[in-house]
Design a protein around this ligand. Sequence first.
Ligand SMILES: *[C@@H]1O[C@H](CO)[C@@H](O)[C@H](O)[C@H]1NC(C)=O
Ligand SMILES: *[C@@H]1O[C@H](CO)[C@@H](O)[C@H](O)[C@H]1NC(C)=O
Ligand SMILES: *[C@@H]1O[C@H](CO)[C@@H](O)[C@H](O)[C@H]1NC(C)=O
Length: 472
Amino acid sequence: MVSYGNGLLVLFLALVSPVCYSEKLTENSDELPSVTASGKSTHEESATCNADPKGKRWAVLIAGSREYSNYRHQADICHAYQLLRKGGLKEENIIVFMYDDIAYNPENPKKGIIINRPGGEDVYHGVPKDYTGKNATLHNLFTVLLNNKTGIRGGSGKALASGPNDHVFIYYTDHGAPGLVSFIDENLYAKDLIKVLKQMHQAKAYKSLVFYLEACESGSMFEGLLPSNINIYAMTASNKDESSYATYCPGEHPGPPAKYDTCLGDLFSVAWMEDCDLNDSSKETLQRQYEVAKKRTASNGDMSSHVMQYGNKKFCDESLCVYLGPKSAESYKSASSSPSNSLTQRDASLRHFIHKVNKAPEGSQEKVEAQKKLQEVLAHRQHVDSSINHIVTTIHGTEQVSEIMNSVRPSGLPLVDDWDCLKNFVTTYEKHCGPLSWYGKKYTRVMANMCNAGVKVEQMAVASTQACSSTA
Ligand SMILES: *[C@@H]1O[C@H](CO)[C@@H](O)[C@H](O)[C@H]1NC(C)=O
Ligand SMILES: *[C@@H]1O[C@H](CO)[C@@H](O)[C@H](O)[C@H]1NC(C)=O
Ligand SMILES: *[C@@H]1O[C@H](CO)[C@@H](O)[C@H](O)[C@H]1NC(C)=O
């Protein structure tokens, strides 16, 4: 019988560091004049919040994961919903995509309650079930964003019916990878997201649009792709090459209450939301929030990412309240925004399983099951690591493996030139070798490098068959 005590923790630590990020960018430390908040909000629509008196505020909130080990993404989204409601947005103008398997998950120690920080209040109450479970599909996300009511399948039928005077806020949080973010069991590729955003611009669906994105390699969704002339400003948790980080994780300080076994939030997400909790949104600008989020997200040594800005940065000087509404969130004033420890998103779920093994009583059925689950997760990682290595070696030969595995395109260039090639490679791999899952998706950069090197999908198919004929 293998013991999963300290030995595994060592293994875990070994897994943590090299997984998700590779390149450190130089800090741009342009200090902006700091804005001082009076501490009191006026609760009135001031001129700064009212960029267009004819305009309305809309929001689309998307948690792209499911399962208790990913608790944090849905917690982030629920928190954002509460912020927007406190800002005065109407429920009819907020559209929520989330799988909704957390609040009543058997593993949730407080049924019906979701928290986004240690000691935090419930953020689940009142969150509308617009597109939950099987209705949370990429198809519905696109039709909702394009306000195509007839195209929507299932769900509440709410669509983004915004117009040319309106301000739209989109917040997406999930696992990501170079060139894509997960969406439940599907992948949202950068190319397709950008296409929809351009269509929204053409349809005059907004005056300005702000997109906050938390995911590993989230910068790769916009880098070299988001034009600056379609009135969209995006802020991402990480640059195109690095992990983003989970926070309030078991074993960390501050960590979740004892029974939670899972991370409560993501570092970039709680950084911007706790900034909202603590500040008057009519006095905080988008730029100032970027500075705050960047500082907090970068303050954890190796476990840090670079918050990035893309698109039209002209409206960074606008008040947050243009998008989030003018009311400051009084009841969240107690939110501590203490420096938090973090874990790469890809390792946050692993921590959940390790924590369960360590906690279960010696000799219990619970321990056996937790060990089994952990072994599966580790075996899957091993399988993906070795099959990808096998494929790259087959196609490129031993001398070029390191180049293909590690090369990173310079800033300003999209991940891949031929997005269909990347999609086909992912599909081909999964057909022969099984699901990449959120861990294996880190290899989309390797696949992109193969596409950029001119590898054909037929070669990929042959190599995948070889690599996985005995293991899939
Ligand atoms: C709306 O969605 C449906 C289903 O995907 C599609 O067939 C139709 O062309 C779409 N309509 C518009 C106006 O885009
Ligand atoms: C999906 O949408 C349909 C139609 O609105 C609804 O009846 C059903 O309950 C929804 N399913 C889930 C899992 O939310
Ligand atoms: C806004 O909140 C942050 C915490 O995110 C805090 O450090 C900062 O002092 C606040 N800014 C103002 C202007 O009050």
